[in-house]
Every structure is written in C-alpha cells, then in structure tokens.
Design a protein around this ligand. Sequence first.
Ligand code: COA
Length: 331
Amino acid sequence: MKKSRITGIGHYVPENVVTNADLEKIMDTTNDWIVERTGIEARRWFNPDKDTVSNMATRATKMAADRAGIEIKDIEFIVFATITPDYFFPGSGVLLQRELGLQGIGALDIRNACSGFIYALSVADQFIKTGMYKTVLVVGAEIQSSALDKSTEGRSSSVIFADGAGAAILQATDEDRGVLSTHLHADGDYAEELYVHDPGSSRKTRLSKDMLDGKTFNLTMNGNTVFKHAVVRFSEVINEALQENGHVTEDIDLLIPHQANLRISNFVQRQFKLPDDKVFNNIMHYGNTTAASIPIAMSEAWEKGKIKEGDLICLAAFGSGFTWASSLIRW
Ligand code: COA
C-alpha cells in the first residue's frame, strides 16, 4: 500500500501584530497575567480589508506548493480544516479551490476545531493510501479574532485566540516513510465547554437582537475544564501513537503540539521528559490559531531546520468538541 508524505509545508499570518500591551489598552488585563497563564506575548489579528480565511489559506498553499516543488495544478483534492469559514455555507474549501484556479476538483471541509488539521491530515492520508489521489492539499486556517469579546468580560478567551493559516502538500510515496498513523477521538459531552453558540440553525431565526445583546455569537470557553482535559488527552493520544508504531518517547525527534497554551505544552513536555529542543512552540508570537496552529508551527520548525529527513515527528492536538488527535510522521 502507498504511504503519504508531507512534501511541502507553508504558512501565512496577518501582518497586524497585537501585543499584550495593545490589549492592556482595550481591556482590564496585564502583560504579566497573559504571559504567566498562557505564554502568549503577541498574536496576529486579521485586517478586514485584506485578509479572509480563504485568501490566507491561498498564500499558505502557494508557499507549501513551492517548497514541495509542485505546481498548483498538480493538486487533486482539498481538505480544508476551519471552524471560522468565510460564509455560513458553502465551506471555505470551495473558495480556496476557486482562488487557486482548481475548479472541478473536490473540496472537503472539516470542522474539528483545534484538532482539525490532524483530522484533515488523516482524511487525506486515507485517500492516498487507497490510491484515490496522489497529491492532496491539507489546510488549516482561521479567523478567530472577529468572534472574540474584546471587553474585560471576555478577557480570559480573547487574550488567547488569534488568526492565521497553514498548508501541507501530501503526496503518495512507495518509500517506507511519511504518515505512520493518525489517531482521532472526540467526546461530545463537553461540546459547550468551548464553543460559539450563534448563529446556529436550531433557533427560530438565525440572528436576533437577543443574540447580539447576550453576546452569544462570541467564543465562550470554560478555561479550567479545558485545561484539565487537555493535559490528560494530549498525553493519552501521544502514547497511543507511540504504542501503535512500537516507538518510545526517546524516539521522538520533534513534538509539535497544537499551540493551545504554553502551560499545557510545558506540562505535556514534563510528562514525557522531553528536552526543550524536542518540543516546538511558537504560541508566544501567534497565540492559539485553532486548526492553523499545527501547520504554522510545522512550517516554522521546518524553516528553522528543526525538521530533517528521517526525523520522527509527533503531532498532537486537543480542542473544542472535545476532540483530540495525534499523528506520527517519519519525515
Ligand atoms: N487578564 C487578567 N485577569 C484575568 C484575565 C486576563 N486576561 N482572564 C481572567 N482573569 C482573571 C479572572 O477574572 C479571575 O479573577 P478573580 O480571581 O478575581 O475571579 C482570575 O484571573 C483567575 O481566572 P481563571 O479563569 O480561574 O484563571 P486560570 O488560571 O484558569 O486561567 C486560562 C485562565 C483561560 C488562561 C486557563 O484556564 C487556561 O489556560 N485554560 C486552557 C485554555 C486553552 O488552552 N484553550 C484552548 C484550548 S484549544
């Protein structure tokens, strides 16, 4: 059976840098509080005149395709992970397809929040293993900043979430490397612990004054519950990936966790006794970009020479749903 390999990885983040000092001006918070609880020093928030989820994804895709040494027209299928699509429907996959000039090829949207990129990678991997496609574009892109309550009331979430895009070109290979396995989990009992309630379909009207007054269109998170579940699930799903492939922690060359919160990443790092140079974090600069965080981190890690041929890379994520997932990749 074929395996799938990531042959190129790229990213794009909006130019607009929002520092903790900028947030201090619009809500009752401090740089110290944000750095101590989340590790975040700055994040990117989109420019509504310039950035959309799909055009950020297009820029990330072009970088990934360049690095893979392929032409855009070689892409046969798109898997687009986002929970912040440009429209309520259709999904952003078709908008990306249109921007890339790939009219006609299939475009699938994935809505698994912070685990979305690994879910998307898994779907693309299955298509390649079965021989249906040879070159698949896997994208994670989000604009979270427009769903944040940027007043003091919403400060525990609005200091964390941010915007950006990452893309990977996944290609079939006969070599014994690439995506070794993916592991996907979910527990809908916790759906409302981290969510955006409106606009939803199961209401009398999609939009109402009550929703605007009640700010139910803003992202809502029970940070303590998310934190407690995240640290357990991250560890479980990394262990699952190692066991499935007969590997031990020491075999990991680089762990790229979803950039949820630096405290969560540090906790997982300590649990696995991984040295600093084996865990990649860039949440300090970009905040939590949901489905985009892993491909942005992977792209930067690759740029910095931290991902080399033959390395064993572990991806792991946890987020809204709850959903959690991991993948082991022999680069
Ligand atoms: N600035 C200053 N103070 C803040 C604040 C902010 N941005 N946000 C919350 N606070 C205050 C609270 O109002 C509270 O004050 P009080 O004690 O006077 O009531 C105090 O800080 C503690 O709030 P709490 O929510 O208990 O803080 P915490 O230590 O749990 O940290 C999170 C909050 C969100 C940082 C933390 O729960 C967390 O990291 N959770 C995981 C979030 C995550 O990773 N989400 C992404 C998953 S994909």
